[in-house]
Design a protein around this ligand. Structure first.
Ligand SMILES: *Cc1c(COP(=O)(O)O)cnc(C)c1O
Length: 231
């Protein structure tokens, strides 16, 4: 399949999953995870209807951005962000999905203030409680949300998770359901600078399951570009 064909197929699957979940397909956002795919291939996906690109390495994002890879789409940062790279990402990425510590929030806030902007972020949740993954524990989220009021150049727009790798997409359901519950619970109380708009979860193997469980932002890479070749 060409990139255009697989993009169309993913968009169609998202539409069907949205309708099955009783949602307007327009309210589900596709972020194409474009790591390791060059500017030309990213442009093919955008021309086929991809509205948002997500990158997870700062250097790669800067390089591809200078080549016009994201023209015609929005740009999100979805990878682990180190504090010393914050300067390069704030203001360039419209949304940073993977914010996993208070010091990182503080650094993003400082940089956004310097640039006279407000940076939208998601809080990453380590929903599988995995040693190897970063993110806040579910129990930490209310406390973090109540601290966001100190950071006037940061706006929390929701939550993001990368659940443990499961062999069958169905097995991810309990994690997705727990995330949805956490999202709902933390939407009830109003915090300053916090808007619970987006629940970012679901990748190539399980984005339809994620939508069924309440995701409204999915991050899909290999289902659009094919398997990544790691050299
Ligand atoms: C690569 C990546 C994805 C997409 O993975 P696929 O399985 O190729 O769809 C989603 N989220 C993040 C954070 C990624 O790094």
């Amino acid at each position: 399949m060409s990139i255009a064909e697989s993009t169309a197929a993913v968009l169609k699957n998202i539409e069907n999953a949205a309708i099955a979940a009783g949602k307007d397909p327009k309210d589900i956002y596709l972020v194409v995870a474009s790591k390791m795919n060059d500017a030309e291939r990213v442009q093919e996906a955008i021309k086929a209807g991809v509205p948002i690109c997500g990158e997870n390495r700062v250097q790669e994002m800067l390089e591809k951005n200078s080549q016009g890879a994201y023209n015609g789409a929005k740009l999100h940062f979805i990878g682990h962000l180190q504090k010393n790279k914050v300067r390069q990402v704030v203001g360039l990425a419209e949304l940073i999905h993977s914010v996993d510590s208070l010091p990182l929030i503080s650094a993003i806030n400082k940089e956004a203030e310097k640039k006279f902007i407000v940076q939208d972020i998601l809080l990453e949740v380590n929903i599988g409680n995995e040693e190897s993954k970063s993110g806040f524990s579910p129990e930490e989220i209310p406390g973090i949300l109540s601290e966001i009021c100190q950071f006037s150049a940061v706006r929390v727009r929701g939550l993001m998770a990368i659940p443990p790798v499961c062999r069958i997409s169905r097995e991810n359901r309990p994690y997705f359901e727990r995330m949805k519950q956490l999202f709902v619970d933390n939407s009830e109380k109003k915090y300053d600078n916090v808007y619970m708009d987006f629940l970012s979860m679901g990748m190539s193997g399980d984005y339809q399951e994620a939508i069924a469980c309440g995701a409204n932002m999915v991050r899909v890479g290999s289902a659009i570009f094919g398997a990544r070749i790691y050299k």
